[in-house]
Ligand binder design. Structure first.
Ligand code: NDP
Ligand code: ZN
Length: 368
């Protein structure tokens, strides 16, 4: 008989809820992990409630991509991990044996259709919950376990380890792609948990001045703790005007986009100086185009670089970030504002993430 396990997604009543799914299979280089703590992400909300859902069949969807846990089964070819190990599961778990991985863009790395990288493979490095069940499930399959898992260091808290799976790597990816140099002025547009980790990343990379743009008081407070020097509330007037005036009309060296909708690119293009960098980590789920204002784009000729990326993943990335936590460079556990217990509470945490009360930064659900 097929073993059934609990998962969170669209249930029989057509609602978000707990349902039963088949136990995931496990290959020889794979493991099954029992999650001990999970967290919902704004991207789960885009996936489930957004206008452009990332899956065609919501009925099959099991949400979630942020989890840590304990290995309960391990394939015979897995070398560095064994049953009972506490592990951190990066939300991006690529196939490392394909063309995209060899090109250095593992966020698109899938070997499902052979070695080749196709345009339609974009973002397939994040499998949960796009090409396999998400992590809001009693058992999580991790492929290429030796390359995609990290051991959970004893002196890193549950909360921090969980934030490494997505929030830290995403925020830091934003800061890295902004190519920040010592003393740079940086603007971070959006300071939810992702933007806050971008602020922390920018500070660590040596930014001199950091504008944090947002309005929730809990987020502006944390932004200062993570290294922001100036807070801009986008409700207090045009963000472009506020930042240009504060910089004597020079603009910023780099902008990281971590919130807002398509129009946020208008702000980014206008506040970033010529030859500056714009780094997007925000998921845009509406409309067909992203606007690039002609004036700020200098008739299409402005020497401004735009990069966009999914968060970097895999084992080494997670180990590097866990080192940043372990040795006190960043404390992502401060992002946790709400705590839940038990599998059913994952639904409550997701709904809270959808409603975004003003005192929320990030919820956690403990499962053991
Ligand atoms: P939140 O909703 O918690 O934060 C969004 C932030 O944007 C808030 O600070 C909000 O301000 C701010 N904001 C909203 N409108 C504007 C505006 N017009 N100008 C400036 N700031 C604005 O989101 P998260 O931090 O959880 O996630 C951010 C994005 O990152 C999401 O789109 C998510 O899907 C994406 N993401 C991307 C990943 C990747 O790999 N690239 C991974 C994980 C998430 P206020 O304080 O007023 O609420
Ligand atoms: Zn996410």
């Amino acid at each position: 008989m097929v073993e059934k396990i609990k998962a969170v997604g669209l249930n029989d009543k057509g609602e978000l809820g707990v349902k039963y799914v088949e136990k995931p299979p496990m290959g020889s280089d794979e493991v099954l992990v029992r999650p001990t703590a999970v967290a919902p992400c704004t991207s789960d909300i885009h996936a489930f409630f957004g206008e452009d859902t990332i899956t065609e069949d919501l009925g099959k969807l099991v949400l979630g991509h942020e989890a840590i846990g304990v290995i309960v089964e391990a394939g015979e070819d897995v070398k560095d991990f064994k049953v009972g190990d506490k592990v951190v599961i990066p939300c991006t778990t690529p196939d490392w044996n394909c063309e995209a991985a060899q090109l250095g863009c593992h966020i698109n790395a899938t070997a499902d259709d052979g070695y080749d990288m196709y345009v339609q493979d974009m973002l397939t490095g994040i499998k949960y919950p796009n090409t396999k069940m998400g992590v809001f499930c009693e058992l999580i399959n991790v492929s290429q376990a030796d390359l995609n898992l990290a051991h959970h260091p004893e002196d890193v808290s549950v909360e921090s380890a969980l934030m490494v799976t997505d929030m830290v790597t995403t925020g830091f990816t934003g800061a890295e792609n902004a190519k920040i140099e010592t003393g740079d002025t940086v603007a971070v547009l959006g300071i939810g948990p992702v933007g806050l980790m971008a602020v922390a990343g920018a500070a660590i990379m040596g930014a001199g001045r950091i504008f944090a743009v947002g309005s929730r008081p809990i987020c502006t407070e944390l932004a200062r703790e993570y290294g922001a020097t100036d807070i801009i509330d986008y409700h207090d007037g045009d963000t472009i005007q506020q930042i240009l005036e504060a910089t004597d009309m020079k603009g910023v060296d780099a902008t990281i986009i971590a919130g807002g909708n398509n129009d946020i690119f208008i702000d980014a293009m206008n506040i970033t100086r010529p030859s500056g960098n714009i780094s997007n980590i925000n998921m845009i789920s509406k409309g067909d185009t992203i606007p690039l204002p002609v004036d700020a784009f200098a008739f299409g000729l402005a020497d401004k670089t735009i990069r966009s990326s999914l968060c970097l993943g895999g084992r080494r990335r997670a180990e590097q970030l866990l080192k940043m936590v372990k040795y006190g460079r960043v404390d992502p556990s401060k992002l946790i504002t709400h705590k839940f217990h038990g599998f059913e509470a994952i639904v409550d945490a997701l709904l809270m993430m959808k409603d975004k009360p003003r005192d929320l930064v990030k919820p956690i659900v403990y499962l053991d």
